[in-house]
Ligand binder design. Structure first.
Ligand code: NAD
Length: 413
């Protein structure tokens, strides 16, 4: 480990009886003699405190060019699980903002999905096409390992299975590894199955009948998630319209599922029952919103609403049911989380099928409380975190003494 540098900034969250207010005990390995006097405007701490992050770990190993940041948002429900993103960020602040935003999203995703996991994420600053080496990922793996399971990593944008195999050489706290190594492989089939169940839940709410038989569905994207999803929808008798920016891709899928190919720009205005975004984020925006001619928007893509508050409310005002993206596409997370228990595809599918009930609960809550669906899912996720947080105040045989007392206690065993 010689030459490794670790700067850790930690805040511990102690849940009060009624809410997520917390006391902050900060510790840092930065040399205190050189630290400046407290600067209350220090941006990093403002960022951490504003979204109640627990910890951020800056990982540096110049000999292999590693610059990585691990953010742990909340571990009330369990260890923080979330992928590692490799991206050529323009500056450090951009990378920190991204990892804080993404890790927080994982807390909500795990909580609403009923998983005993917290939220975390990592970013590696670098170009995934030029900067990948075995040594870089193994160095990153050692930092992940140093957190002793508080953070469990997986693949995200710019990372592939090979990279995770290298990480796995240095730590067991990694998921999304190949099936041959006991992992779960490609998460897309489970993601698609969860999206399919979520679409059925929306149909139940809109039409009091959860079958997609005879429903007209516009699917944006002909990639991994979309391909598996379209097969499930077609099997049940849906009439599909598909678009992709790659003609060969969309033609191939359309032939397979007997769908109509649509120009990428024309997909928004189709007169359909359901619009299923399975390509990009930000597709519900000021330009597209008026064009939607559907009852339901429900798909696998991340960050579907360009501006959550504004466009979530506008969809509600237009009477369009919106299935929150991080709820309906949680099958991928459910899949990698299953690796922690020894991967079993049937169990992963069975867990993903619960997305049906979760989406229905959110839609009911929204109707009763007159709130946009993404607001409802955030509230329900926070309720679960708060409720479990309260229970964790109770000492049990699973509780651990820590520090000096812990050593003494363990010595008596
Ligand atoms: P993918 O790259 O396999 O497929 C995306 C497809 O969208 C590609 O075929 C691409 O050509 C197409 N596309 C891009 N721009 C388009 C446009 N303007 N119009 C139409 N098509 C366009 O990706 P994927 O793994 O299928 O993921 C799709 C979405 O689902 C992404 O937003 C991803 O973040 C999200 N997601 C995926 C998973 C998973 O398990 N793969 C899990 C959770 C969320």
């Amino acid at each position: 480990m010689k030459g490794f540098r670790l700067v850790a900034v930690t805040t511990h969250l102690n849940y009060s009886l009624n809410n997520l207010t917390h006391t902050i005990m900060q510790s840092t390995t930065v040399d205190k003699s050189t630290a400046k006097k407290e600067d209350t405007n220090f941006k990093l701490f403002n960022q951490l405190q504003s979204y109640e992050h627990e910890q951020i770990v800056i990982c540096s190993e110049p000999s292999v060019g590693l610059k990585a940041i691990i953010a742990i948002h909340n571990t009330t429900l369990g260890p923080a699980l979330g992928g590692t993103r490799m991206w050529p960020y323009n500056n450090e602040e951009e990378a920190i903002r991204d990892v804080l935003r993404l890790s927080r999203g994982m807390t909500y995703k795990a909580a609403i999905s009923g998983l005993n996991l917290g939220g975390g994420k990592a970013v590696i600053i670098g170009d995934p096409r030029a900067d990948k080496t075995e040594e870089l990922f193994r160095a990153f793996g050692r930092f992940v390992d140093s957190l002793g399971g508080r953070y469990i990593t997986a693949e995200d944008v710019g990372i592939d299975v090979q990279d995770m195999e290298w990480v796995n050489s240095e730590t067991k706290y990694v998921t999304g590894i190949p099936k041959s190594l006991g992992g779960s492989g490609d998460p897309s089939p489970v993601t698609a199955y969860g999206v399919y169940m979520g679409i059925k839940a929306c149909c139940k709410k809109a039409y009091d009948n959860d079958s997609v038989n005879g429903r007209k569905i516009a699917v944006q994207g002909a990639g991994h998630v979309s391909s598996y999803l379209c097969k499930l929808l077609a099997e049940e008798g849906a009439e599909l319209f598909i678009s992709d920016i790659y003609e060969d891709k969309v033609e191939e899928l359309a032939n397979e599922v007997n769908a109509t190919v649509v120009d990428p720009d024309d997909i928004y205005g189709l007169d359909v029952d359901i619009f299923s975004p399975c390509a990009l984020g930000g597709i519900v925006n000021d330009d597209t919103l008026d064009h939607f001619n559907c009852d339901i928007i429900a798909g696998g893509a991340n960050n579907v609403l360009d501006e959550e508050d504004k466009h979530g409310q506008m969809l509600m005002d237009r009477g369009i049911i919106y299935a929150p993206d991080y709820v309906i596409n949680a099958g991928g997370l459910i899949n990698v989380a299953s690796e922690l228990e020894g991967y079993n595809p049937d169990r992963a599918h069975q867990k993903a099928s619960k997305i049906y009930d979760t989406i229905l609960d959110i839609l009911e809550y929204s109707e009763e409380n007159d709130t946009p669906t993404f607001v409802s899912s955030n509230i329900l996720a926070e309720q679960r975190i708060n409720n479990v947080g309260r229970i964790h105040r109770i000492y049990s045989s699973k509780s651990e003494f820590s520090g000096h007392i812990g050593e003494m206690y363990r010595g008596k065993q």
